[in-house]
Design a protein. Structure first.
Length: 255
């Protein structure tokens, strides 16, 4: 496995936090802190309402802006939803799909995740696809099966040439927002299962080129050790992405 073949990507997921005003302030601070940090790509996935402020504040910096979800239909009677075209026209380049909070609280299924992945990739967005097991599944010893199944369904019908716009984030649900981070070995193992599954689907070359992030209580203190693992090519960061200095420290750890 050659980690050098892959681009490290440090991405924040703000979830339901921050207002447009706070967005402008945080990105203003962050862009100074990450100046010249070329060792990884830097992405902030923000609430839809914050997108215009984020795009404006990040302009001319290395920070790219992402959304936290996207609908699979192009347009129509889907109250409250946002289409891929709306995102791209607003200056969004990345989108998170299939986050466990969407799966847990908003009825997202592997099948709808698959539809969203395809709609986003077809619109030219870069997708951060989230997969991860709940604690009960880990305790049952079926983590590998769960990750393989989620990955396979999410990528069903996705052509190989679109993989260059795909990142997969392994996020064990029990480690999200709990402060209970996976051990570097657990993160490496989970990411390895994801990569192996992509190899099964698309072959070794595609799998070796794929950026696989770890997410779940990653912070400025544990990032270096997690990112040091061969299969961990970046991080998807919740809580610690809400503080510019903490997020910048994680970017530093990825250099
Ligand atoms: P925390 O970093 O707050 O645990 O959240 C992780 C996450 O869900 C990122 O998508």
């Amino acid at each position: 496995m050659n980690k050098k073949k892959r681009r490290a990507v440090i991405a924040g997921n703000w979830k339901m936090n921050m207002t447009p005003e706070k967005t402008t302030a945080l990105i203003g601070e962050l862009r100074e802190l990450v100046k010249g940090k070329r060792g990884c790509d830097i992405v902030l996935c923000v609430p839809a309402i914050d997108i215009p402020a984020a795009v404006k504040a990040a302009k001319g910096s290395r920070i790219r802006i992402g959304a936290e979800n996207v609908h699979f239909e192009e347009k129509g009677a889907f109250t409250g939803e946002i289409s891929a075209e709306m995102l791209t026209s607003a200056g969004v380049e990345y989108v998170i799909v299939g986050h466990s909070e969407r799966r847990q609280y908003f009825g997202e299924t592997d099948a709808t995740v698959n539809k969203r992945v395809k709609a986003a990739l077809n619109a030219g967005l870069k997708v951060i696809l989230c997969v991860g097991e709940v604690l009960e599944q880990r305790d049952l010893g079926i983590t590998g099966e769960v990750l393989a199944m989620q990955t396979k369904i999410a990528l069903h019908g996705v052509p190989e040439e679109q993989l260059k716009n795909l990142i997969i984030a392994y996020e064990p649900v029990w480690a999200i927002g709990t402060g209970r981070v996976a051990t570097p070995e657990q993160a490496d193992e989970g990411n390895g299962v994801v990569r192996k599954t992509v190899e099964e689907l698309y072959g070794k070359k595609a799998a070796e080129a794929l950026t696989v992030q770890y997410g779940g209580s990653m912070n400025e203190k544990n990032a270096a050790e997690l990112l040091g693992k061969v299969n961990v090519d970046g991080g998807l960061i919740g809580g610690a992405s809400l503080v510019a200095s903490k997020f910048a420290a994680i970017v530093d750890a990825a250099q």
